[in-house]
Ligand binder design. Sequence first.
Ligand code: AMP
Length: 328
Amino acid sequence: MNREIKLAILNKIEEYDRIMLFRHVRNDGDCVGATKGLKRIIQLTWPEKEVYLIDGEIARYLEFMGPEDEEVSDEIYKSALGIVLDTASEARISNKKYALCKELVKIDHHIPLENYGDYRWVEEERSSCCEMVVDFYRTFADRLKIDKEAAQHLYTGMVTDSGRFKYDGVTGETLRNAAALLDVGVDTDMLFARLYLEAFEYLKFKAHIYNKMEVTPNGVAYIFVDKAMQEQFSLTLEQASAIIGTLDAIRGCISWAAFIETGDEAGSIRVRLRSRFVHINSIAEKYHGGGHACASGATVYSQEEMMALLADTDALVKEYKETHEGWL
Ligand code: AMP
């Protein structure tokens, strides 16, 4: 599928001596895995090329994936091919110097919010961007090289973005791509331990959330994690945000949301919105966000706006439930 654009991207990588990889703000396993995995594939295949991955930060739970490159001069950016992975819009690219690159490639699996880049390969039905990188490797396996390090990065992104191969977007092709990585060699025991073991104190926070969570009349489960709660449990924003996962298995609640007070000057509240069966990305788009059909992010700036978003989601869920059968 999409062989032409993949070939165009391969040829571009071949043409440039310098390649720079970019990803989205609030990085996650998929964008980190895709950038690190593709970087490793390029380095193995063309050892003479300069490949840079420069990003100011990496989420603490992903630090095990290793360090990244030091900042370089603007001149280096200007002569490079930029490849942006897993990022729907320019505003969400974390390293803003991507704009200096001579040419730009976009490889993404989000619903496109805008068209940026000189070459675009977007497959929104893919379960992760890492899966696209594996597909890229497998399409040109006669020309590209891979090793255990690259496989480990790419598998990390495939596992995290697909909810451990649980979500709707997982297909036979997803598992064939994952299988190709396992054939190369992935330490799954260690990976799952690094990703999913939880601290004793965090489980206490979860217990608190189960006590405090609420449900709208038509079945949207939600929780507001304000600054006081974050301080009470000594949580980073990242840890507080991860709480969305605890609301995902309530029978009848086909959508759920976590609101995380960020404490910034604008009074912004991070919204993590999820669903099964019903599509909620239109709600996220209305509130300064976007994402996938069943997993989106947004931002609101007051508790009133938070309640408005919840009312919109509740109405959407109501309509869905009235017009569909078989939801759980
Ligand atoms: P999150 O809850 O932040 O993990 O977001 C869920 C999905 O929506 C991820 O794939 C994000 O990349 C995407 N997303 C989050 N916020 C935005 C936004 N403001 N604009 C577009 N996509 C977003």
